[in-house]
Each structure stands twice: as C-alpha cells, then as structure tokens.
Design a protein around this ligand. Structure first.
Ligand code: AMP
Length: 230
C-alpha cells in the first residue's frame, strides 16, 4: 500500500442504509464541490459494466451481504490513486464498514497528512425500513442519484425520472424488506467495533441525528462540522 493520497481532508460517513449518507454527500458536493466515493455505487457500476470484480460482487450485493475486505479496500485505495481524484475534501460513503477495512485504511492514511473526521449518522431501525422501502435510484450507473417516494425534499420533479440526467428511476434489488433486515443486522454487527476503533485512536468523532427531513439534517450537519452556511 504505497499509493500517495492527493486530498487534505477525508470524512468517513458511518451509518445504516437509508440514514441519509448519500443525500447529505450529494448536498455537500453541490454546495462545496467536494468529492464523494460511495463504495456501493462503485460496486453497482462494476456489476453494470460486467467487469471481473463486478461478476464476483453481483450475488453478495443482491443478497445484502458484504463484499470481501480485500476487494473493497483495494478498490478504495485504487480510487484514491486515480488521476481523477484531485479534490481537497473527500467523503467516504459506506467505507470502511468492518474493523479490518478500518485498520487497512488507517494504515494507508498513516503515510499521509490527512485530516480525518468520522461522522456517525444516528437513526432508528424502523425509520430505516420505512425510508429504504420508499427509496428510488436513477438507473444510470454513472448517476445513481437517490430519491424518495415519501420525503418531500427528495421527490423527483417528474415522477419516475431523474432530475439530473432524465434517466428512469428504479428500486435497488437489495432494497426489499428481507434484504433491508439482513443489511441492518450486518451494520449493527460491525458498527460498535468501528466506533471503538476510531474513538481509541482519538479520531474526531461527530454524531448527527438523521431522523428529520434531509434539509433539516443538512443544516444541523453544517453547524456540527462548523462549515460556512453559504
Ligand atoms: P450501499 O450502497 O452503501 O448500501 O452498499 C450496497 C452494497 O454494496 C452492500 O450491501 C455491500 O454488498 C456492498 N458494499 C458497499 N460498501 C461496502 C464495504 N465497505 N464493504 C463491503 N461491502 C460493501
């Protein structure tokens, strides 16, 4: 792991599916021009393009299971070394998700001067089930913008169409009631270990309640991270 890293700040977004990590990332990208790496989006892109790793990931993703630590960590490290990554602040949405990934990534970061912050998105499980059951995503794997059938802030302007690229909106294969419960179990199994790991290292750890509508959560997020309210 000798790759160098070109950005100054890395924000790790931790939280269960549907907690709003993707929506808040999108707002931060729009407002501050930050870069976002969603490992879930990257996996789905690989599956759509039928790359070699995409073929390995397909079954795990559809059944709500995690991809192997080695595969995910090497994908993230490759992404950081790509020439496209030249931004001051990078949001990691959905990585690390296990203690092993966190340890490997921390070792990678230890060779740089990165300012690392961990943001933990807090939300009740029943709210997750409600949100994920009503989630729609743009089927264009380059876009994958997230919408909701119920949250007013997240409804598409034209029903069934993406506001950004006009492609069709679909439901993710793993956003079904059985998978959502499995994904929540997987999340809870790993999250305590991750929290302990980062707290023990003394990393800056911020908790954001995500029960409210995305716009309110975003305003609160801006205050907690002491960002300019431009
Ligand atoms: P997400 O879009 O973040 O809900 O992720 C969707 C799926 O991608 C997960 O259920 C996993 O199968 C896979 N995935 C994304 N990030 C990771 C990760 N850090 N470790 C293992 N699997 C991941």
């Amino acid at each position: 792991m000798s790759t160098s890293i070109n950005c100054k700040n890395v924000l790790i977004f931790m939280g269960p599916p549907g907690s709003g990590k993707g929506s808040i990332s999108q707002k931060l990208k729009d407002k501050f021009g930050w870069e976002q790496l969603s490992t879930g989006n990257l996996c789905r892109q690989n599956i759509a393009e039928q790359t070699e790793i995409g073929k390995i990931m397909d079954f795990a993703i559809k059944s709500g299971k995690l991809i192997s630590d080695e595969l995910i960590t090497s994908m993230v490290i490759d992404w950081f070394s790509s020439s496209a990554m030249n931004n001051e602040t990078v949001i990691l949405d959905g990585f690390p998700r296990t203690l092993c990934q966190a340890q490997q990534f921390d070792e990678f970061l230890s060779k740089s001067n990165i300012n690392l912050k961990i943001v933990n998105f807090l939300i009740a499980d029943d709210e997750v089930v409600k949100r994920v059951s009503s989630r729609l995503v743009c089927q264009n794997k380059i876009c994958q913008k997230v919408y909701s059938e119920i949250a007013i802030d997240l409804k598409p302007q034209v029903s069934g169409k993406c506001d950004k690229c006009n492609d069709s909106l679909i439901r993710r294969a793993d956003d079904n009631p059985v998978c959502i419960k499995d994904r929540l179990l997987v999340f809870h199994k790993h999250s305590n270990e991750l929290i302990k790991f980062y707290k023990k290292l003394g990393r800056l750890f911020i908790e954001v309640s995500c029960q409210a509508e995305p716009d309110n959560v975003f305003d609160n997020f801006i205050k907690l991270l002491e960002l300019p309210a431009v």
